[in-house]
Design a protein around this ligand. Structure first.
Ligand SMILES: *Cc1c(COP(=O)(O)O)cnc(C)c1O
Length: 424
């Protein structure tokens, strides 16, 4: 199966029905699984046998969909979470504890920034934020002896910064730590971070993977490439006995599966951010058509970006698929088949012009969501970011005139007509 093209994996990976089994991944809407003997169940609790006993830890529907996403990223194992936020928390907390430090790219999703800078800070984990465009020397200076992880988004939300994945992977590996990337916007169809040296990827599946704005969810995928055992003192959680599991050592017992097994056995057990089997089923439906949708999202967005770029009412535009973009070269390298569907642009006339434009839209809807089939717009300064001062807005990279446009898969001419009348 892994030799097949990504379009085929999106349809078929993970689910291999035997003769007479359901062709489609069934929804196992059951919290519990039945066993004949105590011994059967004990083996599961000791992590001696694979199987299901309680849906907080594992469920056949969710496991099948996780296996599909692992195949799409070219990884060895994956875990579904109840949201993208839970995926970001788990991905880092599975490695770091109080007293540890993380180097993160600065331009990242606002929710992730808060998670790092507010909540994980309270947990005793410190973050240093770096400019993803910085050179190797500058990146190097951000590392400390207690740094355990480097983190960045492959295509950042909302500003569209394209990550130089090879540069970040080198910086991380020079300091003996893994690189975790949030690959939500490109999806594995457009960008394959493991092929460029990233070690772990995560997604808010809420966005293009589900793609229809029905289900909040997340996923973490491990490439299996980072060798924790080379630095046993740096990664004691993975390389030293887990007393809450009879002293098993994850790297010894599970090899390349150590990281994901630990995330299930400890973090899901204790924090419980489990997706519902029904949401996993919906995610699987979304994944089947992901390549078709992301191609259309990318084509429509490029056509619209070209239109906006020359429009007299538009002050500036960020879309890495435009040859004039500062990130064009990086986008050709890391996502040659399309630049996804999110455009950031500024309207001449600032905040007031932004609000007037938004209120005139007819086809495009005002929603906070991005990356689903329907074209949607957000004016952060007057909505999601309205509590921030001018200085704070600037720091977040959100200007008063910023419009975030998530281009849907409607007929592009209808979206262009709506823009034309609203800008008019
Ligand atoms: C939306 C988003 C998240 C958070 O995901 P939720 O599913 O909303 O919890 C994380 N990273 C990126 C890039 C996002 O766009």
């Amino acid at each position: 199966m892994t030799n097949h093209h990504i379009e085929t994996l999106c349809i078929q990976a993970g689910h291999t029905p035997k003769s007479g089994d359901p062709r489609v991944v069934p929804i196992y809407q059951s919290t519990t699984f039945k066993y004949d003997t105590c011994e059967d169940m004990a083996r599961l609790f000791d992590l001696e046998a694979a199987g299901h006993f309680y849906t907080r830890l594992a469920n056949p529907t969710s496991d099948t969909v996780a296996a599909k996403v692992a195949a799409l990223e070219g990884g060895v194992a994956a875990i579904l979470t109840s949201s993208g936020q839970a995926a970001s928390l788990f991905a880092i907390f599975n490695i770091c504890t109080a007293g540890d430090h993380v180097v993160s790219a600065g331009p990242i999703y606002g929710g992730t920034y808060n998670l790092f800078n507010v909540t994980m800070k309270k947990m005793g984990i410190e973050f240093t934020f770096v400019d993803p465009d910085a050179n190797e020397d500058t990146l190097s200076q951000a590392f400390q002896p207690n740094t355990k992880v480097m983190f960045a988004e492959t295509l950042s939300n909302p500003l569209g910064v394209v990550l130089d994945i090879e540069k970040f992977a080198k910086a991380a590996h020079d300091h003996n730590v893994p690189l975790i990337v949030d690959n939500t916007f490109p999806t594995p169809v457009l960008c394959r971070p493991f092929e460029w040296g990233a070690d772990i990827s995560l997604h808010s599946t809420t966005k293009y993977m589900d793609g229809h704005a029905t289900s909040v969810g997340g996923v973490i995928v491990d490439s299996g490439n980072f060798d924790w055992t080379r630095y046993p003192d740096k990664f004691p959680g993975l390389c030293q006995p887990d007393e809450s599991y009879h002293g098993i050592i994850y790297t010894e017992k599970f090899g390349q599966g150590a990281y994901i097994t630990k995330a299930v056995a400890q973090l899901m057990r204790d924090l419980g951010a489990t997706p519902s089997p029904f949401n996993a089923f919906l995610l699987n439906m979304g994944l089947e058509t992901l390549p078709l949708r992301i191609q259309r999202h990318s084509e429509n967005a490029l056509a619209i970006a070209k239109y906006l770029e020359t429009h007299s009412k538009v002050a500036w535009i960020n879309y890495c698929g435009l040859p004039s973009s500062k990130y064009y070269e990086l986008s050709r390298k890391y996502m040659p088949n399309g630049s996804s569907g999110v455009i950031a642009f500024g309207i001449k006339g600032g905040r007031e012009a932004g609000i007037a434009f938004m209120d005139k839209l007819k086809l495009g809807a005002i929603v906070t969501h991005v990356a689903d089939t329907r074209t949607s717009f957000l004016h952060p300064a007057s909505t999601t970011h309205r509590q921030l001062s001018d200085a704070q807005l600037l720091e977040a990279g959100v200007s008063q005139d910023l419009i975030r446009l998530s281009v849907g898969i409607e007929n592009v001419n209808d979206i262009l007509d709506d823009l034309e009348q609203a800008l008019g």
